[in-house]
Design a protein around this ligand. Structure first.
Ligand SMILES: NC(=O)C1=CN([C@@H]2O[C@H](COP(=O)(O)OP(=O)(O)OC[C@H]3O[C@@H](n4cnc5c(N)ncnc54)[C@H](OP(=O)(O)O)[C@@H]3O)[C@@H](O)[C@H]2O)C=CC1
Ligand SMILES: O=C(CO)[C@H](O)[C@H](O)COP(=O)(O)O
Length: 469
């Protein structure tokens, strides 16, 4: 075991990129001494020389050894480097320099399976912590989803709490569960983020190409919606983005951004993991597919040359209907995400704190939204219930699903691809259909493979007449 030595910085941080630099400044700002290291030394020097009044609390270091020596014992070191091999390499480089009870905290967007593996060796204290809020959040208050041993969390809880966003006075930081639980919750957060962003982009397409609206007018619509039930960070920044001008040309910014969405993997991981968990998240899957399709620019141009451009100008969908449709869609994004969290609770025995998750997403994170207050409340009363079945949200969906249907129908009739909105609607309809059509699937499976089916009389392993052949 390492010794107790309180001289030195309270915490270390490796990786002074967008998030790491902001997080380190936030930590120093909250009164904690921090030692920092970055692979490229110039970045560390720039960070330290630009730290202004925070410089007194920041110890820049230029080697891992110097970083380790600058820390109070037992040490705690945050990693804020790209997920995957870089994290493993960084851990491998650090461990020989550390004592057995020194804590490594991966605050990047790790795949939760990797975090489980890194935490499960049992040899070293390790936390996997999801951080959301982008650069601004990291600097002034992110939402923080911790994963790991409660004793290890307790060692840094004061820091995590201090730097987190606050909803009223409530810190948006909490331990989600053991091992990869924090990164699982962050992954699902990002999945919801993908679906919500895609739905907003689909409505933007209707306003731009269907209604022929200019960018400032579209910004006005998002601004207005952000004052109502849709109030959320993503709707807010959609208005800001729509109104922005390109610094180079002065043209509307959106008109000069290539329509091919980037992605780092968290949405794809959510979609893949949802299949393993048998927890359908079709709006999230649709959003991932839409990003993939958006990158097929040559093929899209080829298709347009053959068939003509799909989206046609049309009217007949007023802004109120679009707003109501988006409200329904947004609820269904969260409903699917929380269903996936319930599935993880069931499959991994994590006991994820559903209501607390909604609470810590109320501020700081990318999917913060005024709806999360009510989500926290209803999940507190019934943590495992699909949001769409709760009194509060079923009442809203009863009022708004007709509008969502109008949006999807009109968009389809006029050639506007709206995969996330359509998937949200299909999920809603499937999840309120007592007798669906899988009887046909079961009949087909039995016909070609004698897979058997469950009879409505309760008998299992039944077969159709072809089994007697
Ligand atoms: N940007 C965002 O909005 C958010 C990002 N995240 C996650 O946070 C993590 C960091 O992201 P972000 O700050 O945006 O990334 P950046 O690309 O801005 O910064 C990456 C940092 O990691 C360092 N780095 C890169 N590769 C290695 C390596 N192989 N070994 C050691 N250090 C390395 C870089 O150092 P160098 O200067 O030498 O290149 C740099 O300091 C990622 O996991 C990301 O998914 C989480 C929430 C939000
Ligand atoms: O975690 C985040 C926000 O919550 C990061 O910004 C992440 O990079 C977003 O995902 P992607 O890059 O795939 O759009």
């Amino acid at each position: 075991m390492g010794t107790q030595d309180e001289t030195g910085a309270r915490i270390g941080l490796i990786g002074l990129g967008t998030m790491g630099a902001a997080l380190a400044s936030n930590i120093a700002d909250k009164g904690f001494d921090i030692a920092v290291f970055n692979r490229t030394t110039e970045v560390t020097r720039d960070f330290a020389s630009n730290a202004g009044p925070l410089a007194d609390r920041i110890t820049p270091t230029e080697s891992l050894e110097a970083l380790v020596n600058a820390l109070a014992k037992p040490r705690a070191i945050i990693l804020m480097v790209p997920a995957g091999d870089a994290v493993d390499a960084q851990i491998d480089a650090l461990r020989p320099l550390l004592d057995a009870d020194d804590l490594i905290i991966d605050c990047g967007n790790a795949l939760f399976h990797d975090t489980d593996r890194r935490a499960s060796s049992g040899k070293w204290p390790f936390l996997g912590v999801g951080v959301s809020g982008g650069e601004e959040g990291a600097r002034h208050g992110p939402s923080i989803m911790g994963g790991g041993d409660p004793d290890h969390w307790a060692r840094v809880e004061d820091i995590m709490t201090a730097i987190s966003a606050k909803h009223d006075a409530d810190p948006c930081a909490a331990l989600m569960g053991p091992g990869g639980a924090g990164h699982f919750v962050k992954m699902v957060h990002n999945g919801i983020e993908y679906a919500d962003m895609q739905m907003i982009a689909e409505v933007y397409g209707i306003l731009r190409d269907g209604h022929g609206m200019g960018y400032d007018a579209i910004a006005d619509v998002f601004d207005a919606w952000n004052k109502g039930q849709l109030e959320s960070y993503l709707v807010e920044i959609s208005g800001i983005v729509a109104r922005a001008r390109d610094v180079e040309t002065g043209e509307p910014l959106l008109s000069v951004i290539v329509d091919a969405a980037g992605q780092k993997g968290t949405g794809r991981w959510t979609a893949i993991e949802s299949q393993h968990r048998l927890a359908p998240v079709p709006a999230i899957e649709a959003a991932v597919v839409a990003r993939n399709l958006s990158s097929r620019r040559d093929e899209r141009a080829r298709g347009e040359a053959i068939f003509g451009s799909a989206p046609q100008a049309f009217d007949g969908l007023d802004h109120g209907t679009l707003e109501q449709g988006l409200i329904a869609g947004k609820i269904l994004c969260y409903a699917q995400g929380f269903e996936m969290l319930s599935a993880a609770t069931r499959d991994f025995g994590w006991d994820l704190p559903m209501s607390r998750i909604a609470q810590i997403w109320r501020q700081g994170c990318i999917i913060r939204s005024s709806m999360l207050d009510d989500m926290a409340r209803v999940l507190d009363a019934s943590p495992g219930t699909n949001l769409m079945y709760t009194d509060h949200f079923s009442a809203i969906l009863k009022q708004t699903h007709g509008a969502l249907r109008q949006v999807v129908a009109q968009a389809s009739l006029n050639g506007h691809p709206v995969p996330a909105l359509a998937s949200g609607l299909a999920y809603f309809d499937a999840m309120r259909t007592g007798r669906g059509t899988a009887d046909m699937i079961q009949g087909q499976r039995d016909h070609f493979g004698l897979h058997g089916f469950e009879h409505t009389n309760g008998k299992t392993g039944q077969h159709g007449p072809w089994a007697k052949n």
